[in-house]
Design a protein around this ligand. Structure first.
Ligand SMILES: [Zn+2]
Length: 300
């Protein structure tokens, strides 16, 4: 895993700076600082080994240590080492008392409509990170999400579990294909991206920058895709509930309770009651970013 991304990183990042200065300038703005530092680290280690051949074990160790850090940054969904990553809403949105409920892996023909009804009942808006392959199978449902005041955002084209192992071209294809499909279906280009399972590698940030997508992870997740008891799911989401929180549930791949009810459906009513009782407003990520609304019901 480490070797795949690391080798690719060195190969693709090193090439433009030598061969095409103009392209290198554009690429330089796209790579996160830590990734740029890693490339320099690789070059320094390579130079040291070339100049002082006996230092090669040190150089190899330095590169290996760097790969461990890069890989850890990609496997830790809330890390910012590999580029900008929202784990909370912007400060302005938090000051307005806003929180974001995000719902991943749909749309689902059974669960999504039920969640939309619950959100309406509780005057809440949410953000749906849709898998484009599923959106293409249910375009009307996708449009209904937007028509009812919620956001449809990019959660990749096929939600491959190998996402964090993809090279730069495959990763760009996966995200751009989803972006095109979702924009075509809803008429609105997504503004946010969430990686499948939150796992990434250093190739992601430049792709997101090119497509003007902001990476979003979460403040807390309910872990509603495992187990059969909604109680701990709700407890996880409510722990230190506060303005600016980004919460994660699922309308696809979700687990069910003993009665066959999806855990997300089981926890949403109590969650939304607690949100309103705490004087918080559940808004879409887009509204939180733009400041377009201070309360549900006037969603941009
Ligand atoms: Zn997912």
């Amino acid at each position: 895993m480490t070797t795949t991304s690391g080798d690719g990183l060195l190969a693709t990042s090193g090439a433009p700076s030598a061969a095409a200065p103009a392209a290198a300038t554009a690429a330089a703005t796209a790579w996160p600082a830590y990734v740029k530092a890693s490339v320099a680290w690789h070059l320094a280690a390579g130079a040291a080994a070339a100049i002082v051949p006996s230092s090669w074990p040190w150089a190899l160790g330095a590169v290996a240590a760097n790969h461990v850090v890069l890989t850890a940054g990609g496997l830790w969904p809330r890390s910012r080492w590999l580029g900008s990553n929202w784990t909370r809403l912007p400060a302005d949105a938090a000051a307005r008392g806003e929180i974001a409920i995000t719902i991943d892996d749909g749309p689902d023909p059974e669960l999504t409509p039920a969640i939309l009804d619950l959100l309406d009942e509780h005057r809440a808006h949410a953000t749906f990170f849709c898998i484009a392959e599923r959106a293409r199978a249910r375009p009307a449902l996708c449009r209904a999400i937007v028509a009812r005041g919620h956001g449809v955002e990019n959660h990749s084209d096929r939600h491959t579990h190998r996402f964090s192992l993809l090279g730069p071209r495959a990763m760009a294809r996966e995200i751009a294909a989803a972006q095109a499909s979702l924009a075509d279906i809803t008429g609105v280009a997504p503004r946010f991206f969430r990686a499948p399972a939150g796992l990434r590698n250093p190739f992601l940030a430049p792709v997101l920058q090119r497509l003007d997508l902001q990476l979003v992870s979460w403040t807390r997740r309910g872990f509603d895709t495992v187990g059969n008891d909604p109680t701990p799911v709700l407890a996880r989401l409510l722990r230190r509930l506060g303005a600016g929180d980004i919460l994660l549930l699922h309308d696809g791949h979700g687990a069910r309770d003993g009665a066959g009810r999806a855990l997300a459906l089981a926890v949403l009513p109590a969650l939304l009651e607690r949100v309103w009782a705490a004087d918080l407003s559940p808004v879409t990520l887009l509204a939180a970013e733009s400041g377009a609304t201070g309360s549900a019901g006037t969603q941009a």
